[in-house]
Design a protein around this ligand. Structure first.
Ligand code: URA
Length: 193
């Protein structure tokens, strides 16, 4: 049943964005943890899977600290294509953060994805997925490492926001905070699962 519903959702996304290289959600549909990133990068587009580039290394650490298997995860992004802009330094393009318009356009799909998967814990990585699920104007700096709740289509979910991997890579001072947050998430998982 979940499989058919995800298939139908994915088909609708692919039909709406025929001109884009779409990277769909991936993982166990009966998972306990749903990780939500911002948007795919070049490597993710190439391999058609979320979190396989630089961010994939971060995912390995995430799995190791939480002492879980990858099969316990479902991983997706709010925006399902790679947002790019022209680079001034090279002839090519570089990543850019998704705009609020892009986030809004994909919101309905993300909400449906959560409703199908019904994860025990939703882990948004950074501000973009927070905007993608909450109506409130939360900022990652205020809500990271906190257990929040959200009602989606009549069902209650635990939400545990973490900093985005890119932020942890570029702002080294966040690394210790991020590792502390992961320990809190581990405790929450023991309670929930
Ligand atoms: N960063 C994200 O937010 N998502 C990916 O899939 C890869 C990097």
């Amino acid at each position: 049943m979940k499989h058919e519903r995800i298939q139908s959702l994915n088909n609708r996304i692919l039909e709406e964005y025929t001109n884009e290289k779409i990277v769909l959600g991936d993982g166990n549909l009966d998972c306990s943890i749903m990780l939500i990133g911002e948007a795919p990068g070049a490597k993710e587009v190439e391999l058609k899977k979320p979190f396989v580039g630089q961010a994939g290394k971060y995912l390995d650490e995430f799995i190791e600290v939480l002492d879980i298997g990858r099969e316990q995860l479902y991983i997706t992004n709010v925006v399902k294509y790679r947002p790019t802009k022209k680079s001034t330094k090279t002839d090519g393009v570089v990543n850019r953060p998704p705009t609020n318009v892009e986030i809004e356009k994909f919101k309905k799909y993300l909400i449906e994805e959560i409703d199908i998967i019904e994860p025990k814990i939703i882990v948004p990585l950074g501000n973009t997925p927070i905007k993608g699920i909450f109506e409130d104007n939360f900022k990652i700096g205020e809500v990271h490492g906190k257990a929040l709740e959200i009602n989606i289509k009549g069902k209650e979910y635990k939400v545990f926001p973490l900093y985005h991997p890119a932020a942890v890579i570029y702002r080294r001072e966040l690394k210790a905070v991020y590792l502390d947050d992961l320990q809190e998430l581990k405790k929450l998982m023991r309670k929930k699962c």
